[in-house]
Design a protein around this ligand. Sequence first.
Ligand SMILES: *Cc1c(COP(=O)(O)O)cnc(C)c1O
Length: 355
Amino acid sequence: MMRAPRLEIDLRKIHHNTGILVERLARHGISVSGITKATLGSPDIARVLLNAGVKTLGDSRIENIETMRKAGVSTPIWLIRSPMISQVDPVVTHADISFNTELDVIKALSAAAQKAGRTHGIVLMVELGDLREGIMPEDVESIVRATLDLPNVDFKGIGANLACRSGVSPDAKNMGELSALANSLDATFNFEMDIVSGGNSANLEWVFSGADTGRINNLRLGESILLGLNPLNREPIDGLHIDAFKLVAEVIESKLKPSQPRGEIKQAAFGTPPPITNQGNISQVLLAVGEQDTDSDGLIPPLGFEILGASSDHLILNAGDNRLSAGDEIAFQLNYSALLRAMTSPFVAKIYSIQ
Ligand SMILES: *Cc1c(COP(=O)(O)O)cnc(C)c1O
């Protein structure tokens, strides 16, 4: 018997998605950094991204970057979340470049790099309206100047991240602002910066619309590669697989039960449950998977099944006309949030198809 719950990961589909995005963006002079954070820094997936044409990898966690380094991945890897000052030593050891917004952090990186006898690359993130990370545009020049004065750190370029906190979408205006800033910094400091990293999978629609991409020469892609989706509307991207990942869970109970609870209703494990319409008796199935393993709101059940609820360790389904018994398995598609939790849960086995 195979382990359950398990994530079945089709590396061929991930390879296909990566190759298509790398090629389509190359036509616009844009390189792809493959973002591994939703995979817990999986070296198997990292290798697939690299085989499919990605030249750099990125992750938000230094621990994931260390995992890939220990597995022998030697490609440039970018830490795409601002380093913690408490982690600058591993950051300069394992990441080639980090994304930064605080001069205090860059100073700590400089000191750590000096101590380690290394040079660490710095990309400065610019705030363009989504209000997550980023230096206010008018303050970038002074931080570039200060970075250039520090030993053992190398200013590599600028970047931005949209559509993560507030859903602000990339467009001619905000991307034009990033390009203009790159031009003005190049002129001010008399260099030509290497990297102008325009954003994440949410930028694809803007690029493929035929917009003038200006100075943008890199995107950092996670969700579009792994799930084949445009994160702005969660619609499939043309020609990409949306089912590279499947979460398989095992039935531990299957019974005809009333659709409505019996007794006085207060709070449940995860807050107040929504009201239930009475459908009489239903075929209720319990699966041995829960919020500890995935995000139940992000699971898509097979046709004919409906998710009724979840707690830490149980997922409850209306099986409709399906007759299931303990030991049977059900496979779900996952959204980004469900995938992230399943990849990071030690209770979920990861089964890779051979490439
Ligand atoms: C997660 C992340 C990405 C990748 O985003 P996707 O939408 O998965 O492509 C890119 N850049 C930063 C800074 C991120 O945090």
